[in-house]
Design a protein around this ligand. Structure first.
Ligand code: BES
Ligand code: ZN
Length: 664
């Protein structure tokens, strides 16, 4: 259930706000970075890490809720690889740069000249610092904008407790540059320390060594001794309390959320142990989770040592905890072995989705893992019917991915995982599991691209065990669009029951006996709704609603599928609940399908605009950008009259649960 978290509109508008540095002369244009000596050039960063690379970052920041800013200094330790280089190029967006200094080799600091280039709507502003001495350290004094694309500042009214303000970051893909000037590319890894001051009544946390026993005093220090890429920089502040799950794991949340979060996530230690048994030791010391307000624009973010989570997965029955398995799995695939640019996003997300599914299988059984697979593969098929073939290959060609926030999640998550499931099936777990374990070891704390993975797999799988997978079969997964003919099938036995129930109801209006549906979990309901015809009659929708109470559900996975169906069918009874849902939640994956459905008719678009106006102050900049884009580009058709009762809408049978690879 992860499709379409990323295939969303550009954030162009939100990133258009130029910022000016008082003593900097903006250069005429934000040119593309020139090729460097590095093997990998990241088209979404101005940095030239082949010439000079950041090896350590020290932050001194004041966090101020009144001005909604972070202000202070970033000090970099630099490794000058090119002895002729004289400039340090950094990424920035909407930052005010006050001054830049270089160490003078005698314990002091001397000013350096710098230029902030004109704004590129996607990449931000290139910060060029003249460093003729190739200083071992450079220090930038800066301040963030209240509109920083990577930060959200929440008023107390937008929190659970309503007493204290809240703020959090979301750096992936290229938003770290909006709160720290950086070489904002995953091909550069560095250690970091931070000293953050804030009002004393809030707790500040980072993607680092948070102390479960820390006291709130407005003065916090952090250390991240392992090298991480910039998209894993994270910070949050608010009325946060801690409760343990195990010796190395626990939850940070607003006090009223704490107990139910710990209950929902109580299997976390077992998940860590399962992943360790498969892929080797957890290398990041603690694994804590932070439950954010519902405006968090994603389901989860794998910030090292402190996964950030949406509260929408706390549904009381653990049916959505594959999110935890997913973010935890990133501790191997992503945080330990990292893609070197967003073009290779599948190396992070595809591997992680595969590992997630393995953890789910161990903890909750093969049937649960299969159901999750089938749902995802059905979504992939839907998405592939609509998206450009160039976005369907795992290895994206240079220039294809204009905005790295917009890669196809069906491709990187589901096709990526499916590729590894294919290899697993062909080689058998006895060979494939040790291969993956050794892959994580071999590339630990490195950033790699698809070619490096392919070379490694060809040597350690294809050549080592000949005649199992041909290079042509292997390459088809990486470089061809669509679903390769070698894709293994997924079947979920429990969905067979759901399919029969759905078909029987569509034919006879007879709902399945409660004894059957009472045992259904989120995944079965999701499959039931997703396989329904495009539209239903008002009577059919009302019948489902009175039996199952879908309208008004607190389960976001059900809501994100039910509301678009009601909108397409003209079932306006759901409109009040839709408005409440869109105002309560800011997670893009959950709300965008409903906004997209609303934007297709005039009446729907009017409702969407009205709701958006009210919801906007509570949305994260990333979500605001996505919704704004849908509203701005809407081409609504006149509002349809709902289908009359006597003539049920489309009655074609829905796609069957088992997914098979279509012939190419
Ligand atoms: N790293 C991603 C979130 C992300 C990806 C943010 C790309 C920005 C750009 C995270 O691990 C993720 O995949 N989250 C999913 C969770 C799901 C697949 C279980 C989400 O947010 O829905
Ligand atoms: Zn992920």
């Amino acid at each position: 259930m992860r499709a379409s978290i990323l295939a969303l509109p550009l954030l162009a508008t939100l990133m258009m706000t130029a910022c000016k540095s008082e003593d900097a002369t903006p250069v005429a244009s934000a040119a593309k970075p020139t090729p460097t000596q590095t093997a990998v050039v990241d088209e979404h960063s101005y940095a030239e890490p082949g010439k000079v690379a950041i090896t350590d970052l020290a932050l001194e920041l004041a966090l101020d809720f009144d001005t909604k800013t972070l202000a202070g200094t970033a000090t970099y330790a630099l490794d000058w690889k090119d002895k002729a280089a004289t400039v340090l190029l950094l990424d920035s967006r909407d930052l005010s740069i006050d001054k830049v200094e270089g160490d003078d080799g005698k314990g002091g600091w001397a000013p350096l000249t710098f230029k902030l280039a004109a704004v590129d709507p996607i990449l931000g502003s290139k910060l060029s610092i003249d460093t003729p001495q190739r200083n071992a350290q450079v220090r930038v004094t800066y301040r963030t904008s209240p509109q920083a694309s990577g930060l959200q500042w929440l008023e107390p009214s937008m929190t659970e407790g309503k007493q204290l303000p809240f703020m959090f970051s979301q750096s992936q893909q290229i938003h770290a540059r909006s709160w720290v000037p950086l070489q904002d590319t995953p091909s550069v890894r560095y250690t970091y320390t931070a000293h953050v001051t804030s009002r004393p009544d809030v707790m500040v946390l980072m993607s680092a060594d948070n102390d479960p026993n820390a006291i709130r005093d407005g003065d916090y220090t952090f250390k991240m001794p392992q090298k991480i890429p910039s998209y894993l920089m994270a910070i949050a502040a608010g009325d946060l309390a801690f409760k343990r799950i195990s010796d190395r794991s626990g939850v940070w949340a607003e006090p009223t959320m704490l107990d139910k979060s710990v209950k929902e996530f109580e299997d976390t230690e077992r998940m860590i142990a399962t992943a360790e048994a498969l892929y080797g030791p957890y290398r990041w010391d603690r694994y804590d989770m932070l439950v954010l307000p519902p405006s968090f624009p994603y389901g989860g973010m794998e910030n090292p040592r402190l996964t950030f989570l949406t509260p929408t997965v706390i549904v009381g029955d653990k049916t959505l905890v594959s999110l935890i398995a997913h973010e935890l799995a990133h501790s191997w695939s992503g945080n330990l072995v990292t893609f070197s640019s967003a073009k290779d996003a599948w190396l992070n997300e595809g591997f992680t989705s595969y590992v997630e599914n393995r953890i789910i299988e161990v903890l909750y059984g093969k049937e649960q893992a299969d159901m999750e697979n089938v749902i995802e593969r059905n979504e992939l098929k839907k998405e592939f019917a609509e998206i450009d073939p160039s976005l369907q290959a795992l290895a994206t060609k240079p220039g294809v991915l204009k905005d790295p926030d917009n890669s196809s999640s069906a491709t990187v998550y589901t096709k990526g995982a499916w590729f590894l499931q294919f290899l697993e099936q062909r080689y058998g777990r006895d060979k494939f599991d040790p291969f993956l374990r050794e892959y994580f070891n071999h590339f630990a704390f490195q950033s790699i691209d698809t070619q490096q993975f392919a070379d490694y797999a060809k040597k350690n799988l294809l050549a080592k065990y000949p005649n199992v997978v041909t290079p042509a079969e292997f390459n088809a997964w990486l470089y061809d669009p669509g679903i390769p003919p070698t894709a293994p099938l997924a079947q979920a036995r429990r969905f067979g029951v759901v399919d029969s129930a759905r078909l029987a109801w569509l034919g006879s209006q007879q709902l399945p006996p409660a004894a059957i549906t009472d045992a259904w979990t989120t995944q079965e309901w999701v499959h039931f709704i997703e396989s329904l015809p495009e539209t239903l009659t008002l009577e059919q929708l009302a019948q489902l609603d009175s039996a199952y109470g879908f309208t008004g559900t607190m389960n976001g996975e059900i809501a994100q599928r039910w509301y678009p169906l009601t909108v397409r069918s003209g079932y306006t009874n759901a409109n009040d609940a839709i408005a409440a849902f869109l105002q309560r939640i800011g997670r893009r994956k959950l709300i965008m399908p409903t906004y997209n459905a609303l934007a297709k008719t005039e009446a729907g678009l009017a409702l969407a605009k009205d709701v958006f106006e009210k919801a906007k102050p509570g949305y994260h900049p990333i979500t605001t950008g996505s919704v704004q884009e849908v509203i701005d580009t809407a081409k609504p058709a006149p509002t349809p009259v709902a289908a009359p009762a006597a003539e049920p809408a489309v009655l074609a049978p829905a796609p069957a649960a088992p997914t098979a690879a279509p012939a190419k």
